[in-house]
Design a protein. Structure first.
Length: 409
């Protein structure tokens, strides 16, 4: 048995070597070298403070992910995915063309030693921009309608000013910071915490990674008031041009609906607009005014229409010379048995002025000229006629009369 085991040892060794060679050959044939493309490996940026410390911001133009070609044993290469690699762009090595090379390594050192990596496009391109800061007041808007007979008051927001930081091109577009609160069906004050949204002048929302604000929530309180309908009163101020007069003033609406604290509304009966200035006007005046500025403190407008349309009619005055006769003068409190003879020593005309339609139809009797006999003495009396102005005319000049008072025989 021992002789058989150790006999022909040369052939046995050769068989062992040949078997090993066959095993290695088969192994190499089965696990051949191969190449494979792996896509969309995220690129990690390092040393970004090399840019931000200069008050600059960056935006990746291209190279946010990278593709690689991996070469190695099939058993190794086929098991790899994007998560097995790390892609890095060192921003401290940014070139004058705002580009930086991307490096890719396998996360496992053993894998890294058994493969070769070719980067399809090894450049990350960025765009640099100056950083800018702006402070914006918070605008509160409401959504929905309160319950019938109620309206919203002036909202209070905390904070009422938001500081936002970002790329200059983005910051310069921001028109307002807005929060929206739903008041649908409410009959009492509304309190909410809202996320501010930034808008440009066209009402389009501005967002993105180029914009940063430390304020993520704004606390808003909106009072809800009962409403009341009150009258609108309008007064003009100033004097029209010479020989012109305000005829009337018309305006719509002549009543508005307002809201406010109960104790304020209780005593509120009308809103007065008292500064419609007609100074120097020689023709009709038309104006549209915002009614809100005439509201008392704490009172808000509940109507959708916030303005009042005003039309002030202004007409020219004319002058008219009227002839007065003795029959147009009434002597009051005459003494019995005395005669009163009236004569006009210097002319018998008076001049009045007023709106043409009104003045044209007046008669001397309409002037209601009176003389009190108690102011007259027996004999000759000279009296300057006293004629009162009216709503439709003004007396510009009068005349004198001689009145002879004599006892009747």
């Amino acid at each position: 048995m021992k002789d058989k085991l150790f006999s022909n040892w040369g052939w046995k060794l050769l068989s062992l070597i040949l078997g090993f060679a066959v095993w290695v050959t088969v192994l190499n044939v089965d696990d051949y070298s191969t190449t494979r493309q792996i896509r969309d490996i995220p690129v990690t940026l390092i040393n970004t403070d090399a840019i931000t410390d200069k008050n600059q911001l960056y935006d990746i133009v291209s190279g946010e992910t990278v593709d690689i070609i991996v070469k190695g044993r099939r058993s190794v290469v086929n098991a790899l995915g994007a998560s097995d690699f790390t892609a890095i762009a060192d921003m401290s090595k940014l070139s004058i063309t705002n580009a930086v090379n991307i490096t890719v390594t396998a996360n496992s050192s053993s894998v890294n030693n058994n493969i070769s990596i070719t980067i399809v496009d090894n450049v990350l391109q960025v765009e640099l921009e100056e950083e800018q800061t702006a402070s914006l007041p918070v605008t509160v808007t409401t959504k929905g309608e309160t319950a019938e007979g109620y309206t919203t008051g002036i909202p209070v927001s905390t904070p009422n000013l938001i500081t936002v930081k970002g790329a200059a091109s983005v910051i310069e577009r921001i028109e307002k910071a807005e929060v929206q609160v739903d008041v649908s069906g409410r009959t009492s004050d509304v309190t909410a915490t809202c996320t501010p949204i930034f808008y440009d002048a066209n009402g389009d929302e501005i967002s993105g990674k180029k914009l940063e604000s430390k304020v993520t929530g704004v606390s808003v309180t909106i009072p809800v008031y009962k409403t009341k309908t009150v009258a609108v009163k309008l007064d003009t101020t100033g004097v029209p041009a010479d020989n012109y007069k305000v005829v009337n003033a018309e305006y719509v609406p002549n009543e508005i609906t307002v809201g406010g604290p109960a104790d304020v509304l209780q005593n509120l009966t009308e809103i007065t607009v008292d500064d419609i200035d007609v100074s120097g006007c020689s023709e009709d005046l038309e104006s549209t005014i915002e009614i809100s500025k005439y509201l008392p403190d704490g009172v808000v407008l509940a109507d959708e229409n916030t303005s009042i349309s005003v039309h002030v009619a202004i007409e020219r005055n004319i002058s008219r010379t009227m002839t007065i006769s003795a029959n147009d003068i009434t002597i009051e409190n005459k003494l019995t048995d005395y005669d009163y003879a009236v004569q006009f020593p210097e002319g018998n005309t008076v001049v009045i002025s007023g709106l043409s339609d009104e003045v044209a139809k007046l008669t001397a009797k309409d002037l209601k000229i009176t003389i009190d006999a108690e102011t007259l003495s027996i004999g000759a009396n000279t009296v300057e006629l006293s004629i009162k102005d009216s709503d439709t005319y003004t007396v510009d000049s009068t005349c004198k009369v001689d009145i002879e008072v004599t006892a009747m025989p």
